[in-house]
Design a protein around this ligand. Structure first.
Ligand SMILES: *Cc1c(COP(=O)(O)O)cnc(C)c1O
Length: 481
């Protein structure tokens, strides 16, 4: 039911009503001449409406959520609490530096932690999501080549396993995208890369471990090939969780990267936001990082570093300095875990994924890369089930919802047919992982005996199969009473 349908003329939620300021100063043309058409409901009706709506959603606080590549892990309440300290919450973004030393110290230290964990030389916290971090990263690559008197590099290379944001970013920065294949064991095809790089190569964007859920074994060879061609190497940090505290992108030869704090650093994802996608860069790109960043003077005072100090910066990406509330949560998370805790994150995430992969194969599922050890996530392919039983990866995903589990990532990466990309994360118990495997085994049995039941799932949710293309193309958000 829509909240508009609860509306009753003259009813209002007035307990928290604040006296409206006078509208006298607002020019006539900006004043509305019709009522707003908002629903007229009581405070309790509002609370019930939205609480009940929220219960219809799957969420990390409600269900196991093994959405590969997205790292849907527990958001520790202690980090929320720390970010909600009165002084942080009420600090205006324009507060003078000398009255913001505590906040600036947190941001400075967060920059330092991220540098330590990634092996990068400089970090800017301002991008608001991984995708925006990518935009910043590729914009820096572009500035670098331009400043180097080498502006004709027109191509960004991307492996076929890449996330859609990678090619989208390259195109937004004015580059042509060229794809590089992946071998049947999940590695970048090094020979093909050698044949594709050249004087037009501006950079190569990749993740490691890759979205195939395996660690790229030839990463040093890849870095050499790209660098020898004069290109730069971009690290998509979405999979940083797997290697946290063990391997650093900077040491692997990457020149620039983003970090998805809402993935690796356990901050909330929200519905496409709020997020934070800081960028880290090596020496070559340090002059170009987006501003502002936080610096520390010789006398120990923290201050904003802006374009006066960094004249070659690609500039601002967000108002003020990024998503302060999310950055504070990531800072608190890092402080709570410490370096050893960070190392445990990567190790337990990997252990959980390997345990689950093993149990799923025992239950009759097929790994896409059976010769490789999974990292923090892994792919099963349901192409046999689709062929023999007529039950697809999407059918499994929908049926899992009936069992109370959020589905894994489906049909990504595109190169594996009938693909489920599964990421349990380090914050789940063995019982939860076992429960998921049991549900998958039960669905496999259903697919054999009563395939129609799986094909028509979900059966227990408020909405059944949706036409998601129509939902996107025909989006209708306007209520006409
Ligand atoms: C999530 C993700 C991104 C994009 O990050 P956002 O924070 O969602 O913008 C990029 N690449 C990969 C591999 C991802 O999983």
């Amino acid at each position: 039911m829509l909240i508009f349908e609860l509306s009753s003329k003259g009813r209002s939620a007035s307990a928290q009503y604040e006296e409206c300021e006078s509208v006298e100063d607002i020019p006539e043309i900006y004043l509305r001449n019709k009522p707003t058409g908002l629903p007229e409901v009581s405070e309790l009706q509002v609370i019930r409406h939205f609480t009940n709506l929220s219960k219809k959603n799957f969420s990390i606080d409600g269900q196991f959520y093994p959405l590969g590549s997205c790292t849907m892990k527990y958001n520790p309440r202690g980090a929320h609490q720390a970010a909600r300290i009165h002084g942080f919450l009420n600090r205006h973004p324009l507060t003078a530096e000398n009255k913001s030393q505590g906040f600036l110290a947190c941001m400075f230290e967060l920059q330092e932690y991220l540098k330590d964990l990634t092996g990068m030389q400089a970090v800017s916290l301002t991008p608001m999501a991984g995708a925006q971090g990518e935009l910043a990263g590729v914009a820096m690559i572009k500035s670098y080549h331009e400043k180097n008197g080498d502006p004709n590099r027109s191509e960004i290379l991307i492996p076929t396993a890449a996330h859609g944001t990678n090619p989208a970013t390259a195109v937004m920065c004015g580059y042509k995208v060229r794809e590089v294949g992946v071998t049947k064991d999940g590695d970048v095809d090094l020979d093909q890369l050698k044949n594709t790089v050249g004087p037009a190569t501006a950079g190569f964007m990749m993740t490691n471990p890759s979205t195939c859920g395996v660690f790229e074994r030839q990463i040093q060879g890849i870095a050499d090939v790209v660098h020898n061609a004069g290109g730069l190497l971009y690290y998509d940090g979405a999979n940083l969780n797997a290697i946290l505290g063990t391997v650093r992108p900077g040491d692997m030869g990457f020149d620039v990267m983003h970090m998805n704090l809402h993935k690796t650093f356990a901050t909330p994802h929200g519905g496409g936001g709020p997020g934070a996608g800081p960028v880290g860069v090596g020496e070559k790109l340090a002059p170009f990082i987006p501003t502002p960043v936080v610096g520390k003077d010789n006398n120990g005072d923290f201050r904003w570093i802006d374009e006066q100090d960094l004249p070659n910066s690609i500039g601002h990406l967000s108002t003020f300095m990024g998503n302060a509330g999310i950055l504070l949560r990531a800072y608190a998370y890092a402080r709570m875990l410490g370096f050893e805790g960070m190392q445990r994150v990567g190790k337990y995430a990997t252990l959980n994924a390997n345990y689950m992969a093993k149990r799923l194969t025992q239950a009759g599922f097929r790994l896409a890369y059976p010769k490789r050890r999974p990292t923090h996530e892994f792919i099963i392919s349901l192409s046999d089930e689709a062929k023999d039983l007529g039950v697809t990866a999407m059918d499994f995903a929908k049926r899992l919802l009936d069992y109370g589990y959020h589905a894994p990532t489906t049909y990504f990466p595109l190169l594996v047919p009938e693909c489920l990309l599964i990421e349990p994360t380090e914050t789940e118990t063995r019982e939860e992982i076992d429960g998921f495997v049991d549900a998958m085994a039960a669905i496999l049995e259903e697919a054999r005996r009563t395939p129609e039941l799986v094909r028509t799932a979900p059966h227990t949710l408020p909405v059944k199969r949706l036409d998601d293309v129509r939902a996107a193309r025909d989006l209708d958000l306007v209520y006409v009473g």
